[in-house]
Structures are given as structure tokens and as C-alpha cells.
Design a protein. Structure first.
Lengths: 115, 114
């Protein structure tokens, strides 16, 4: 089945630093790819998504490009803020043609941004 | 618009005891999911409902876990009896029926089994 691998955390950055969180996937076909974010004490929220190869998802200054050549969907932000401190999850459907809209999540990468 | 509601937020029980979690999805969302999130891991799907029918419960440990969604709205997840390894955050999520991968998550219930 499909799977996703995220870079190990935690990641600690100073405010205004550049962020990259790596995500690579193994999949049959070209499934949609997602980044979810979990702020402290809250549930997961969809951050951005890409539905086909070469698509770029973006939201709140974050971007990720669906690259089929490298099977990657790395999350980037040019200048992080303290409010970006959270756990970030890469996700995709568990197998091609799932149809039931389930998601398989990576282990998560905890980001801490210090002033 | 109200989000996904879950209760309780925290629960501590001893092993072999029983526990139940409640979830109220976003109004109009026909699909409801229960996930288990063990510390340091991503959420793992336990069960998915479409209205009041089960779509997938292949990863639900049915010897001790049960879930129901009798009227196609609220849902309850039960563990009986609990084991130490059940300590986790239990997340409920909902989405529009068959239309999207965008799931809306509740804040979760943190269960500690001692």
C-alpha cells in the first residue's frame, strides 16, 4: 500500500528562519498529497494539498510541490513565526483507488520556533 | 460554524477498566472517522462511518474496541477492557460524504491507562 516518510523531529528554528520539512512517499499511481498541522492542544487541520504531479499547494505562507520524479512533497516556508510552532503531518490515501477518502499519516515533525 | 466536538478531553483509567469517548461531527458531515494517535506517531484510522454504516473497521481491535453511530450523527467509541498500550489520543474527524479528503478534526481525548 501507499506510505509516507517524514523527516524526524523535533526541529527548532529562530523566528524568520527558512523552514523545510521533508516528506517522501511510496504510492501506486499519483494520489493526492496533503500536509496537516496540529497546534498545541488542538486537532489536526488541513494546511495544504496537491492533487496531481507538479501541483503546488500553498497556505499561510507555506508551500509544497508535488514532485513525481523524486516522489517528494516537502513543506517549506520562507520566514517562520513563533505562531507556526506545531506538529506537521504529511498524508496520502492508503492505496490507489481507495475511494473511501481515508488518509495515511506520517509520524509527524514537531516544529518549535523561538523568538 | 461549530467544529467537531469531543468529550471528555482527558481520561485516566486503570487497565481492565472500560471507557467511552463521544464525538459530535460538523453538522451535515455524513462521514465520521475515529483515529488513534500514539505519542510520537501519526494518527491511525480505527473506523470510518458513512452515515450510520461502517465503511472500514479493518484496523479496529474488535476484541476490545467497539464503535457506533446509531442515528448517523453522534458517535461513541468504547474500549473494554483497556490495556496499557491503549494509552493514546483518540481523534474524531468528519468530512462531507464521498466528496473530499479534507477532514475536520476534533481536539481529541487523551487516554492514560495505568
Amino acid at each position: 500500500g501507499n506510505s509516507v516518510t517524514q523527516m524526524e523531529g523535533p526541529v527548532t528554528l529562530s523566528e524568520e528562519a527558512f523552514l523545510t520539512i521533508n516528506c517522501t512517499y511510496t504510492a501506486t499511481g499519483y494520489p493526492s498529497l496533503f500536509w496537516y498541522v496540529q497546534y498545541p492542544g488542538e486537532g489536526l487541520q488541513l494546511l495544504l494539498k496537491a492533487t496531481k504531479a507538479d501541483d503546488k499547494g500553498s497556505n499561510k505562507g507555506f508551500e509544497a510541490t508535488y514532485r513525481k520524479e523524486t516522489t517528494s512533497f516537502h513543506l517549506e516556508k520562507g520566514s517562520v513565526q513563533v505562531s507556526d510552532s506545531a506538529v506537521y503531518f504529511c498524508a496520502l490515501p492508503p492505496y490507489s483507488g481507495a475511494g473511501s477518502y481515508q488518509l495515511t499519516f506520517g509520524k509527524g515533525t514537531k516544529l518549535s520556533v523561538i523568538p | 460554524e461549530a467544529g467537531v466536538a469531543q468529550s471528555p478531553r482527558y481520561k485516566i483509567i486503570e487497565k481492565r477498566q472500560s471507557v467511552a469517548f463521544w464525538c459530535n461531527p460538523i453538522s451535515g458531515h455524513a462521514t465520521l472517522y475515529w483515529y488513534q494517535q500514539i505519542l510520537g506517531q501519526g494518527p491511525k484510522l480505527l473506523i470510518q462511518f458513512q452515515n450510520n454504516g461502517v465503511v472500514d473497521d479493518s484496523q479496529l481491535p474488535k476484541d476490545r474496541f467497539s464503535a457506533e453511530r446509531l442515528k448517523g450523527v453522534d458517535s461513541t467509541l468504547k474500549i473494554q477492557p483497556a490495556k496499557l498500550e491503549d494509552s493514546a489520543v483518540y481523534l474524531c474527524a468528519s468530512s462531507l460524504a464521498g466528496m473530499t479528503y479534507e477532514q475536520y478534526f476534533g481536539p481529541g481525548t487523551r487516554l492514560t491507562v495505568t
